[in-house]
Design a protein around this ligand. Structure first.
Ligand code: FO1
Length: 420
């Protein structure tokens, strides 16, 4: 278990149970004390969710082992000690995860199976190459969606086996993380909270999603991405709930577009573009146009610290940065504006991409996620977007500005909410 940290609706766990036959089934999570710049905030959300996984597995007599440190060493030792017949893991397009799997595969001689428990249509099934944009991946998903958007079988595994305890305090103490970026109050981690949260969203807010999801003052979004990032809820379960809910087709289509098409597009981007975490991953037209405008005069040029401490000349941008730092989750519409302004107020796209990614991964609960890489690459480098009217600094990259925000929502209300 790595990306999809839940017991219910987990295809990888279901498959492991299915192939275990009369052998015993156990779940292993390998904790690395540091992960791609994650702070205490993200580990807190994850570990609190894993406590729930532990309790849920106990109630089904399934042991939950947490090892700490190098994945390949720990997993191969566990397999040797317990004479495991097979190892099943979940799918994750990130380079670090692909590297871990390669090392694990190289250190065991047991059957090793990867199951995509994150996407409704498995990422490797949707397409064998990087897709250009939503309009190219959408038909490939829609063609097979019905055969994948099914209900889940009930896991039928029954077993008697001793269940090891987990020393959670020790796990927290061993973390090598920046503890100055801590937990948030407004969102409760874990599978139960995730299900309650999405249920409330469908009940009370999803109807306003099509018209108001771009207004950061309107709270019309689901705020489900931290749960999806840690796999504490299944996108397939959410899609089933949305499909069965008594809501308008507009709301259903708009939300499923984000939940299915946009998210699968991000996994596709990270799976097939090894430069997903750099400007080298941008499409050729974007690399060209940004290069042609690299020498354009920048009216403002801020350092990483000035951005991090929300010390730019723009009160709207500063408010968005404060929302990210204090809440651990910036509103989706503001993230586009926020990233594009970093492009405008730095010396070039490489520096902009690096600063945006660093801040996103340090403060966002859903940092280090394919959605984050693809989102910043969209804003700064036109990934999954098209060329727009050429202008200073941006070249043909889509431009966004303060007045554009004023036309869309009450910027003063948003600024006031995130005053220092
Ligand atoms: N995955 C693991 O298998 N072990 C970890 O210790 C671990 C820590 C971690 C910390 C922050 C974070 O944002 C993700 C972390 N992940 C870890 C990865 C997790 O599986 C993510 O949901 C996926 O990498 C997203 O693609």
């Amino acid at each position: 278990m790595s990306r999809d940290q839940r017991v219910e609706d987990n295809w990888a766990l279901l498959h492991a149970a299915e192939i275990s036959g009369d052998k015993s089934l156990a779940v292993l999570f390998n904790l690395v004390p540091e992960f791609e710049g994650a702070a205490l905030r993200q580990y807190w959300f994850m570990l609190e969710g894993l406590k729930e996984v532990y309790r849920e597995l106990r109630s089904r007599n399934i042991p939950f082992h947490i090892t700490v440190g190098d994945p390949a060493g720990n997993i191969s030792e566990y397999i040797r000690k317990n004479r495991c017949g097979a190892l099943v893991t979940d799918f994750d397009p990130l380079k670090i995860k692909r590297r871990w799997k390669k090392e694990v595969a190289g250190s065991i001689d047991t059957a090793f199976i990867e199951v995509d428990a994150h996407n409704i249509v498995p990422s490797r099934k949707v397409s064998g190459k990087q897709e250009y944009a939503a309009y190219t991946i959408r038909p490939k998903i829609e063609k097979v969606l019905d055969s994948f958007l099914t209900d889940f079988p009930e896991p039928g595994k029954k077993q008697q086996i001793d269940l090891p305890p987990v020393d959670w305090d020790k796990l927290y103490d061993n973390l090598k993380v920046d503890r100055s970026v801590g937990p948030v109050e407004w969102l409760k981690p874990g599978a139960a909270a995730a299900k309650k949260s999405i249920g409330r969203f469908i009940e009370e807010r999803i109807e306003r999603y099509p018209g108001e999801s771009n207004d950061p003052n309107k709270k019309a979004v689901s705020d489900i991405s931290p749960y999806l990032h840690f796999g504490q809820i299944s996108a397939q379960r959410i899609a089933l709930m949305v499909r069965e809910a008594d809501i308008s087709p507009d709301a259903r289509e708009a939300y499923l577009e984000e939940l299915i098409i946009r998210r699968e597009l991000s996994d596709n981007y990270c799976l097939y573009n090894d430069n997903y975490d750099s400007t080298a991953g941008f499409p050729d037209w974007a690399i060209k146009t940004l290069g042609e405008h690299k020498k354009d005069k920048r009216e403002f040029n801020y350092s990483g610290e000035e951005f991090e401490n929300a010390r730019t000349h723009d009160p709207l941008w500063n408010a968005a940065q404060r929302e990210m730092v204090t809440r651990g989750k910036m509103h989706g519409y503001m993230r586009m504006y926020w990233a594009k302004k970093i492009l405008e107020w730095t010396s070039g796209p490489e520096e902009a991409f690096e600063i945006a990614l660093h801040l996103n991964d340090r403060y966002e609960l859903d940092g280090r996620d394919p959605n984050g890489y693809a989102g910043i690459a969209w804003a700064v480098g036109g990934v999954h977007d098209r060329a727009w009217k050429e202008r200073e600094i941006f070249g043909k990259i889509r431009y966004m500005n303060y007045n554009g925000c004023r036309r869309k929502f009450n910027v003063d209300e948003y600024i006031d909410r995130y005053q220092d």
